[in-house]
Design a protein around this ligand. Structure first.
Ligand SMILES: [Zn+2]
Length: 421
């Protein structure tokens, strides 16, 4: 049934969607929290929750929040769990959810991910064990794990290869290593591709058929969605905007080239700019927070970085012409301090209608990648359920659909499933 736009029914459907998306993104919420997150009135939330409870879509239990008894709402789930793991350059984030994307628990751990694959994988395993212990859940309930890595990944699976930024991962096959540790099927994708997925399902990309997601963090990368599919390119390196040459006589980059975008806006280069003037600013988060507080020097550094990213985003829009540009990562946490100069550079360097491409911050903030990893895991779980029994459950190896995680999205789009809900 097609609902007439603007009709009472379509408004109600949109409100229900807002409630469901809030529950999927945040897990267990009180009705007051749902009202605050969605902007709906408490009465509307109460009606919608009652309706969803009657339909068996959500579960309502009495719990304790802030020392008071409160009605807690969660998506009704089965026993299965999916796990998302986001390996950044400087952090590991792990989240556990049910297959309806209700995030049950999550945690972030700071470490040098590139230094040693085995140490990083062990840290992820430990984080997951802690979360499961606190949730009182068995590891056997984990049916699929989605993993993001900050590197171009070979479409055929296997070792990460000689990506210089993940220097300690060269000979390690992340699917094999992590499935041995998690005892569940593991599916890997590039972190920016997963950020694009996270925002497409839960954030600023909802309803878009094409999207450029820019992760502006310690490094720079983009996830491109074209006609509803994440585009990886022939060998998996599409979207590596951090290594676009901006100045061919510039500093040598970790990739071996000179003057890449990352040599202008990567965290080590930005921190070097304030090393003498602001010796206490030693992390990207500190730089961003000082810029937001109004420190002139930090604001200048963030604003100049935004202009460089805007220059690259303009060229990306000239080539790909996406419907929206969504910006995530630590730099996007600066909000308009980062976005305004980025837009201004876009309008200066992009041609025709591409100059007017809307640029917005990722709604799920720095959780976009781990949410995308959960989407990948849940989609693969659905695919496993659709497979004939001899292929099910999905096998923990490179023979699985890890070589093309877009298959799930394609099927879902073709079958008119939950995408764009
Ligand atoms: Zn480079």
């Amino acid at each position: 049934m097609t609902l007439r736009p603007g009709s009472q029914a379509s408004l109600r459907a949109a409100n229900i969607r807002r409630v469901l998306n809030a529950l999927r993104a945040h897990g267990v919420l009180s009705q007051a929290e749902i009202a605050r997150l969605t902007g709906l009135s408490p009465a509307s939330v109460s009606n919608i929750v009652h309706e969803l409870d009657e339909a068996g879509t959500v579960e309502v239990r009495t719990g304790v929040r802030g020392g008071r008894r409160a009605r807690e709402v969660r998506m009704a789930g089965n026993d299965a769990l999916v796990v998302g793991v986001d390996f950044g350059h400087r952090h590991i984030r792990v989240a556990v959810a049910d297959p309806h994307f209700t995030v049950r628990s999550g945690r972030r751990h700071e470490c040098d991910v590139g230094a040693s694959a085995l140490a990083a994988c062990a840290a992820a395993e430990k984080l997951l064990a802690e979360l499961l212990g606190e949730m009182g859940e068995e590891r056997s309930k984990i049916k699929a794990v989605g993993v993001g890595l900050p590197a171009p990944l070979p479409p055929t699976g296997g070792p990460v290869g000689s990506w210089p930024i993940l220097r300690g991962w060269g000979s390690v096959d992340p699917v094999r290593e992590l499935s041995n540790r998690f005892h569940a099927p593991v599916f890997v994708d590039n972190d920016a591709n997963l950020g694009a997925r996270g925002e497409l399902h839960f954030g600023a990309g909802r309803g878009a058929s094409s999207l450029a997601y820019i992760k502006a963090a310690t490094g720079l990368g983009a996830g491109l969605v074209i006609d509803g599919r994440v585009y990886r390119g022939f060998s998996g390196s599409a979207g590596e905007i951090g290594h676009l040459t901006i100045d061919e006589t510039g500093p040598v980059c970790s990739c071996g080239n000179r003057g890449c975008l990352e040599t202008l806006v990567g965290a080590p280069y930005l921190l070097e700019l304030v090393r003498h003037s602001h010796p206490d600013v030693r992390s990207l988060e500190a730089l961003v927070s000082r810029a937001v507080e109004g420190d002139a020097g930090c604001r200048r550094v963030v604003s100049d970085a935004a202009r460089h990213v805007g220059f690259v985003a303009a060229n990306l829009c000239n080539v790909v012409n996406p419907e929206r540009v969504v910006v995530g990562g630590e730099l996007a946490a600066a909000g308009e301090v980062f976005l305004e100069p980025l837009r201004s550079a876009m309008s200066r360097y992009a041609v025709c209608s591409a100059a007017a491409t809307p640029v917005m911050a990722a709604e799920s903030g720095q959780r976009a990648e781990v949410l995308g990893a959960l989407v990948l895991a849940a989609e693969q779980l659905e695919l496993a359920a659709e497979r004939p029994s001899r292929d099910s459950p999905a096998r923990p190896s490179v023979e699985s659909d890890v070589s093309d995680p877009t298959i799930a999205q394609d099927r879902r789009l073709h079958s008119g499933g939950r995408d764009g809900e």
